[in-house]
Write a protein that binds this ligand. Structure first.
Ligand SMILES: Cc1ncc(C[n+]2csc(CCOP(=O)(O)OP(=O)(O)O)c2C)c(N)n1
Ligand SMILES: [Mg+2]
Length: 346
């Protein structure tokens, strides 16, 4: 890929792409807020939120070849999945336990799986997606090296992106996967969304180094830390990682620092372990209003257009909710479908 290194990648984004990025962040926020409301109304059983992480996720998605490169996401990746092409109605269907694409209502929501977007299904066990991403990246490299695919073919996956929280890097699988990515110089990007908490635990209770990315050199991969509330900074850092992967120069451990603005999940009461003042401090750094202001400052959006985006995001959230609400519940006998192979005992 030819790159003019004097111009930051984000500076080359067209106005319509910048608007798309903003729209996706905003839509994710509105859908997520609606999910909290639906939970408090007793209409859905569970919610785990990506509020505060949208900027970083949208940046990550826009930097890869969306819908083609492999993605092994984690539960907070609502904005990332929307950017990859998940329909809004599908998200609502998953909240209601109805026929969503990921599992037809049989899995908990947030266990994303979209075959047509090369988003591989994950497990509720945190971090297991990282060795799977390393395996996918190994397959990408193997297929290219054995001539099964052309490394320049943009219709084929050329990297595997995986996401996880900082707390999950304490799991053994993470170290095994990073080591594998380093040893085999894999086209993998491990995107750590460091939101300052693993349920109630702070980063210093998980690790004795300041940054997850400080460990990169120990695995022989590139590492970087970026402000996760700055969508364009994350995009620049991610493009560097993508080019490294596409050029056969190995894996990247990219850590975006951000803040989980909500409790861990709808089952958590965060008042037991953090102050309201701390949350307010981070709310002031929220990536969505920050990007909105930036787009207005540089003349990509007017105040009126930004207001129109707000109204459209709310209307789209209403529409998706109503459509999902009107959809039928899965039949009880569907619960066991696709669990067992059909064999001679049937
Ligand atoms: C192996 C395993 N241990 C514990 C859990 C329960 N659990 C779910 S999310 C979570 C916290 C993860 O924190 P982090 O990796 O920082 O991600 P965040 O939720 O903050 O985005 C824990 C302990 C789990 N799902 N899997
Ligand atoms: Mg965390």
């Amino acid at each position: 890929m030819a790159v003019n290194s004097t111009v930051r990648p984000a500076a080359r984004l067209s106005e319509s792409t910048l608007r798309d990025m903003y729209w996706t962040m905003l839509l994710a926020r509105r859908l997520d807020e609606r999910a909290w409301a639906l939970h408090r109304q007793g209409r859905i059983a569970f919610h785990i939120s990506g509020i505060g992480q949208e900027a970083a996720q949208v940046a990550a998605a826009f930097a890869i070849n969306r819908g083609v490169d492999f993605v092994a996401p984690y539960y907070r990746d609502l904005a990332l999945l929307l950017a990859l092409g998940m329909p809004t109605t599908d998200f609502m269907l998953s909240l209601f336990g109805k026929h969503d694409i990921s599992s037809g209502g049989r899995q908990m929501p947030f266990h994303w799986s979209f075959k047509h977007l090369n988003v591989v299904s994950g497990s509720a066990v945190v971090t297991t997606q990282v060795p799977q991403a390393a395996g996918l990246a190994f397959a990408v490299k193997y297929r290219q090296q054995t001539g099964m695919v052309d490394p320049q073919d943009t219709t084929q996956p050329r990297l595997a992106l995986t996401c996880l929280g900082e707390g999950s890097t304490s799991q053994g699988e993470w170290h095994e996967a990073m080591n594998w990515a380093g040893v085999h110089k894999l086209p993998m990007i491990c995107f750590v969304q460091n939101n300052m908490y693993a349920i109630s635990e702070k980063p210093h209770q998980q690790m004795a180094v300041a940054n997850v990315a400080d460990r990169a050199s120990a695995y022989g991969v590139a590492g970087a830390v970026v402000d996760g509330n700055d969508v364009l900074a994350v995009y620049d850092a991610m493009v560097e990682a993508v080019e490294r992967a596409y050029n056969g120069d190995g894996a990247t451990l990219l850590e975006a620092k951000m803040y989980r603005l909500t409790p861990h999940s709808s089952d958590d009461d965060d008042r037991t372990y953090r102050s309201r003042e701390e949350i307010e401090l981070w709310k002031a750094r929220d990536g969505i209003p920050r990007f909105r202001q930036h787009l207005i400052d540089v003349g990509v959006l007017t105040e009126a257009e930004a207001g129109d985006y707000d109204a459209r995001a709310r209307a789209e959230t209403d529409r998706a909710q109503q459509e999902a609400d009107a959809a039928p519940m899965p039949a009880p006998e569907e619960a066991l479908g696709d669990l067992y192979a059909k064999g001679e005992l049937d």
